[in-house]
Design a protein around this ligand. Structure first.
Ligand SMILES: Cc1ncc(C[n+]2csc(CCOP(=O)(O)OP(=O)(O)O)c2C)c(N)n1
Ligand SMILES: [Mg+2]
Length: 563
């Protein structure tokens, strides 16, 4: 066995000084070391000949490789891992793997999830005379150019003299902007040792102190002079780890908090200052009214997406808003540059504005769920029953469709406990995301809520769940088709081939399947699944074809006027 202290990677118990200097490392080894620096302990993907050299290097490193069934699924898994862990990575082969990853990476870009995409490619020495090597599309740079459009930064590590700097630059951008980055290693570069002295580089971009002081002072004045301030917290609060700063501001000034759908669960939904989800006309009327009648709406880390705002039905006057994200800061119509989101929230919390207090809307009536054992299951009742058993050990992952809309009614008790593609809305996210989330946090049990249509896209990724011995509870909402789209535009194209989802454990070689039609059956099966944490449970819930949640009803009404 190799002497541990001479290995290029950090192993448990080793310190920074135990590691050889970067000048002794190959390009592949340096990349692995830097992934470790960002606390990436697991990488998702599928190998192929252009990336095999790097794959075996990964296999021999402390980083765990999680093999998935498809590259797009590996992308969703890495995205979920990044959301839970702070940063994630996916490693695939050239074009056939990489191009299949595009949709998941595009989603990670749109929803600000820091995923590092690593791919192999033909060796530089193989490219002379422009040969037609397998997997190639147009030219050798096609894949790189595609990913440049959907990543915050990208590099082809073809020049050893700058490869380490390029790795640093891309990883730094991923960590800083919370968007995916792309690193392509031609296969003959993996073991090349550049041999140049190099210190890992991480940029720090402090706020401009004058701009920060002026912005905080103006915001503090606005909040203190307001009658009805409210915070709308968005997804960036979670991505940048600003939950404590946000709570310190809200608690110090007693300002009530709402969150957006994409930002659902950035703070505990049982916090006394939590008012509910703000979703424009799609949301609960009391919350919508509470926010829209405010004379000082403090939007923190919130993206004004159509879904977040109930399809452009939010009625927020910029003249009454303080709008701070990692990309911009606007206080009414004044724009500030060079002020970081975290510095702004911390500065404002320290300034402790003291606005007048006002009563909050009453939270939704407490669990009034009374089992009606013989009643056929409906989505609203399934969600209400599920709400009774969520605890701090569960992480809810909702797919697109009524799974997502109805899940907005769930009460998320802690942070990071709700994952969904609530802006990019790509179907097929949830099952692979369970693999990613549970790889990041083995102590959390995923509860996957997924429509039958979305499940048919990526549900077979549960094979990886079985392989790894994970234990999610997967609830398949079976309305025999694309229910959301039936509402918008009826047609045969919304009908899908009905599967026996509860039989899948037999195919996959693990887990337990259940099929339920009534509330009594769902209740009984949920108890069994909850009590058995040793394995996966798939619950196929038969629903009436025209069943839908209230949120979907409201959304459909708005959307149908547009499509
Ligand atoms: C990858 C992808 N393809 C198509 C769509 C468009 N789309 C949005 S909802 C939906 C139907 C979802 O069906 P299902 O998963 O069964 O959920 P339901 O609407 O029935 O609750 C479709 C096709 C999408 N959002 N993502
Ligand atoms: Mg459906």
């Amino acid at each position: 066995m190799q002497d541990q202290s001479t290995l290029p990677f950090r192993r448990a118990g080793q310190t920074e000084t135990d590691r050889p200097s970067a000048a002794q490392l190959s390009i592949g080894e340096y990349l692995i070391r830097r992934l470790q620096d960002y606390d990436i302990r697991d990488v998702f993907g599928i190998p192929g000949d252009y990336v095999l050299g790097f794959y075996s290097m990964l296999e021999n490193s402390p980083i765990n490789v999680v093999g998935c069934t498809r590259e797009d699924c590996a992308g969703f898994a890495a995205d979920a891992y990044a959301r839970v862990n702070g940063m994630g990575a996916v490693c695939v082969t050239y074009c056939v793997g990489g191009l299949s990853l595009c949709n998941s990476v595009a989603g990670a870009y749109a929803e600000k999830s820091p995923v590092v995409v690593i791919t192999g490619s033909p060796g530089m020495a193989e490219r002379f005379n422009n040969p037609l090597l397998h997997h190639r599309v147009r030219d050798f740079r096609t894949q790189l150019e595609v990913f440049e459009k959907i990543c915050i930064a990208g590099a082809e590590l073809s020049d050893p003299t700058i490869a380490f700097r390029e790795i640093d630059r891309v990883l730094d951008a991923v960590a800083r902007y919370k968007r995916p980055g792309y690193l392509e290693i031609p296969r003959d570069m993996v073991k090349v040792v550049p041999g140049v002295p190099h210190e890992p580089h991480q940029t720090d971009s402090p706020s401009d102190p004058d701009a920060l002081a002026e912005a905080v002072a103006e915001a503090e004045r606005r909040i203190t002079a307001s009658r009805l301030p409210v915070i709308v917290a968005g997804v960036e609060i979670h991505r940048f780890g600003l939950q404590d700063a946000l709570l310190s501001l809200a608690e110090g000034s007693r300002i009530p908090i709402t969150t957006t759908m994409l930002g659902k669960s950035v703070i505990s939904e049982v916090h006394p200052l939590f008012v509910g989800l703000y979703e424009g006309a799609m949301g609960r009327e009391e919350v919508t009214q509470f926010v829209e009648e405010s004379d000082c709406v403090i939007l923190l880390g919130t993206f004004m997406t159509d879904i977040n705002l109930g399809i452009y039905t939010a009625n927020l006057d910029p003249g009454k808003c303080i709008y701070a994200t990692s990309e911009q800061l606007r206080i009414r119509h004044h724009h500030f540059h060079g002020v970081g989101l975290g510095d702004f929230i911390r500065g404002l919390a320290a300034a402790r504005p003291q606005p007048p207090q006002r009563p909050f809307p009453a939270p939704p009536p407490p669990d009034d769920y009374r089992l009606d054992a013989a009643a056929p299951c409906t989505i609203a009742r399934v969600i209400a029953r599920l709400n009774e058993c969520l605890d701090e050990n569960t992480i809810v992952i909702a797919d697109v469709g009524d799974a997502l809309f109805s899940a907005t009614e769930l009460t998320i008790r802690q942070r990071t406990e709700f994952l969904s593609p609530a802006y990019y809305t790509s179907m097929g996210f949830a099952a692979p995301a369970a693999v990613g989330a549970q790889t990041a946090r083995r102590d959390l049990r995923p509860v996957v809520i997924v429509g039958d249509g979305a499940f048919q896209m990526t549900g077979m990724e549960l094979s990886t769940v079985v392989k790894l011995g994970y234990n999610p509870i997967v609830i398949v909402l079976d309305n025999k088709g694309y229910g959301t789209e039936r509402l918008l535009h009826p047609g045969d194209f919304n009908e899908i081939n009905p599967w026996k989802y509860h039989k899948l454990p037999e195919v996959l070689g693990g887990g337990v399947g259940h099929e339920v039609r009534t509330e009594g059956e769902f209740d009984a099966v949920l108890r069994i699944a909850w009590a058995d944490a040793s394995q996966m449970h798939i619950i196929q819930v038969h629903l009436p074809l025209d069943d839908r949640s209230k949120a979907l009803d409201r959304l459909a009404e708005k959307l149908s006027k547009k499509v």
